[in-house]
Design a protein around this ligand. Structure first.
Ligand SMILES: *Cc1c(COP(=O)(O)O)cnc(C)c1O
Length: 650
């Protein structure tokens, strides 16, 4: 009884899987007669895409993630296996297989090296691309993205790429990786954020060669085509390549190519939640949508689940709404409500005092309208295929960050059957990610007012976004914002609303609240500050990621969660989990399960509940993030689609 709740994505993001590379690697590895390990949805390459090609090539034994990727008796995979006289097998160090004495030795099985994830002599199978959604001139010495960790030495041009850590672009690659844009490799400039990052197209002698909005940037792929290798990402971030590809979000479309041509694509990528993914794979007890996630108590008992405490979300939202009042509280629900399940969070947030929703992309806004949500919705990140007309007809307010967007919206407005485009003009006040530069602001405002007079749109708001770098930088941004608003008013603009603050400024900086605050991470109970915990701010974590102990022998326990569930796994990170009231160090993160060192503390038994992060007494997402050298946002948005979100406190 899964409800069809799909989010079409307004920005192009694709993982293309070269079946030629997979099959070439298979034969290089002496594939005939060997079993192949396809756990973690074929290490993120898509079991549905890869398995048929391997079976046709003669592979007869597959290792899959049990009860997660496939339920061989009910899925298409079962029929496929039958047709080819093939079967799934277990590894002999899997607890269940070990007990039954039924497994095969791991070293006889072809692992993630099949996808070129271990050895540069083999071919990398995945090419990860995303759309260029903006271009911007930047002056020498100006900072880019949160914390201003990048400042170019000379004037330059930035390209904004519409993909971020919520999609699997590992945040640790910030300022470390170069990616292919146009004809060159260009450095990632500043912090990778949840859904976007910038690259510097010119610094370091590189020249921007005809890069345009709508082009594809290649994060990684085949070095023979001039792309970075996924193993470069692994080296630069300390995260093993199989963990990088396995954590690429299900909203990134998977397409299979052969001879350079697309031969198959998975269904239109949609909402990231487990519900749909499980439905797609026909697990018999797939949770119901929308937002229900009522799962029988015995559902996938050994698998990781994310408990979503809606009572905590309501408390956080009402605390924050009271803090920012009389400014309105806009609840930001981008990236499937920061990985927490969009619909459940929307309903809880609106009950608790949020009066509008920040959807990020038009697709999410339209999905919310289809689900009956009537409050004001705001979408501000647009790819070249964004459905502006749909947004206008369904009353989704639109952020405008550049001239091309304004013209595309005006054009859509002239074709729309109903409604008026409601636009929020974005001035770049120093974050240098998106928004028009001050020198282009008067031109954008003038054109918007002209279109307003022509009845094509309504200029609703002026807005911007802060870098949270320092009080001094935030003050400078507010000054620039005030100047831009004054200039627009002198040109005749009559704004209903001004907004600039997100969680950090909403809590700490009354001057930045204006008419509305766009509240994201704090609402999910994660602190936006490095020097204060969520508890100190009166906020409670909403997500707790849980698993069970599958095996406990000697001084290690095996827990049923791994990077296939989204666990971050930087080499050498000293993370811990909570089991039966004690914290234990994580020794190793695998695809489906991880090893925990239990020597020092109390007894651990098979079946014990493991809280990885987020519950009472457990490490917080922020603590995990600190060990992983990232932010809590990356951990919660990185929880993969196969992990059911179980709402409590509804
Ligand atoms: C993500 C985002 C927010 C919310 O930020 P938090 O720090 O999570 O509160 C607000 N505004 C914009 C433009 C964003 O992209």
């Amino acid at each position: 009884m899964s409800v069809d709740f799909r989010i079409p994505h307004s920005v192009r993001r694709v993982a293309s899987i070269s079946l030629d590379a997979v099959l070439s690697n298979l034969s290089a590895l002496g594939g005939n007669g060997r079993a192949v390990d396809l756990r973690g949805d074929a290490y993120g390459h898509g079991l549905e895409i890869v398995a048929p090609a391997l079976l046709e090539a003669g592979v007869r034994e597959l290792v899959v993630s049990p009860g997660v990727d496939a339920h061989p008796t009910t899925t298409g995979l079962g029929r496929l296996l039958e047709t080819h006289g093939a079967r799934t097998i277990a590894l002999d160090d899997e607890p269940a297989a070990a007990e039954a004495g039924a497994g095969v030795a791991r070293d006889g099985v072809i692992g993630p090296e099949l996808f070129g994830l271990g050895d540069r002599a083999l071919l990398p199978a995945m090419r990860f691309t995303a759309e260029v959604i903006g271009l911007k001139r930047l002056r020498a010495g100006e900072g880019v993205s949160y914390g201003f960790t990048y400042r170019p030495a000379t004037d330059t041009t930035l390209a904004l790429i519409g993909v971020g850590y919520a999609h699997g672009a590992v945040r640790l690659a910030s300022n470390r990786m170069r990616i292919r844009v146009g004809d060159g490799l260009h450095p990632i400039a500043g912090a990778i954020s949840m859904d976007q990052f910038s690259v510097d197209l010119e610094t370091g002698g590189e020249q921007r060669i005809g890069v345009q909005v709508g082009d594809d940037a290649v994060l990684f792929g085949d070095p023979r085509d001039g792309a970075p290798h996924v193993l470069d990402w692994a080296e630069q971030t300390g995260i093993p390549a199989p963990a990088i590809t396995s954590r690429i979000s299900s909203v990134v479309a998977r397409v299979a190519t052969r001879g350079g041509r697309v031969v198959e694509r998975t269904s239109e990528p949609s909402v990231t939640t487990a519900a749909l993914d499980l439905a797609r794979l026909s697990v018999p007890t797939a949770p119901a949508r929308p937002g229900a996630t009522r799962i029988p108590a015995d559902h996938l008992p050994d698998r990781a689940v994310a408990r979503i405490d809606l009572a905590a979300l309501r408390d956080n939202v009402s605390t924050l709404a009271a803090t920012v009042a009389p400014a309105a509280a806009m609840l930001v629900v981008k990236s499937d409500a920061y990985g927490h399940d969009l619909l459940s969070c929307v309903h809880a947030g609106l009950e608790a005092g949020a009066t509008s929703l920040g959807a990020l992309e038009i697709g999410a806004g339209l999905a919310l309208r289809n689900a009956g949500v009537r409050v004001p919705l705001f979408a501000w990140m647009h790819g070249t295929r964004a459905d502006f007309r749909g947004a206008i007809e369904r009353d989704v307010d639109l952020g405008v960050a550049s001239a091309w967007q304004l013209e595309a919206i005006a054009d859509a407005a002239s074709r729309a059957d109903r409604g008026l485009a409601r636009v929020h003009l974005k001035i770049d006040t120093g974050l240098h990610r998106s928004g028009v530069n001050p020198e282009d602001w008067a031109g954008l405002v003038t054109r918007a007012l002209e279109l307003e007079r022509a009845g094509r749109l309504r200029v609703v708001a002026a807005w911007s976004h802060l870098s949270d770098t320092s009080p001094h930088d935030d003050r400078r941004s507010l000054d620039r914002f005030e100047a831009a608003v004054a200039e627009a008013r002198s040109l005749g603009a009559d704004f209903e609303q001004l907004h600039i603050g997100a969680s950090a400024a909403g809590i700490d900086y009354p001057d930045a609240r204006y008419d509305a605050v766009r509240l994201g991470i704090a609402a999910y109970g994660i602190s936006p500050f490095h020097d204060r915990t969520a508890a100190q701010l009166g906020l409670r974590p909403v997500m707790s990621l849980e698993a069970r102990v599958l095996d406990a022998r000697g001084d290690v326990a095996v827990i049923g969660a791994g990077y296939g569930d989204g666990l971050q796994s930087r080499r050498g990170a000293e993370t811990a989990v909570l089991i039966a009231g004690h914290r234990y160090a994580v020794a190793e993160v695998g695809v489906d399960r991880s090893l925990v060192a239990t020597a020092a503390s109390g007894p651990v038994s098979v079946g014990d509940r493991v809280v990885i992060f987020g519950g009472a007494d457990a490490p917080t997402a922020e603590e995990w993030a600190e060990h992983e050298d990232t932010v809590g946002d990356e951990l919660v948005t990185g929880v993969t689609a196969r992990v059911p979100r179980i709402a409590t406190g509804a």
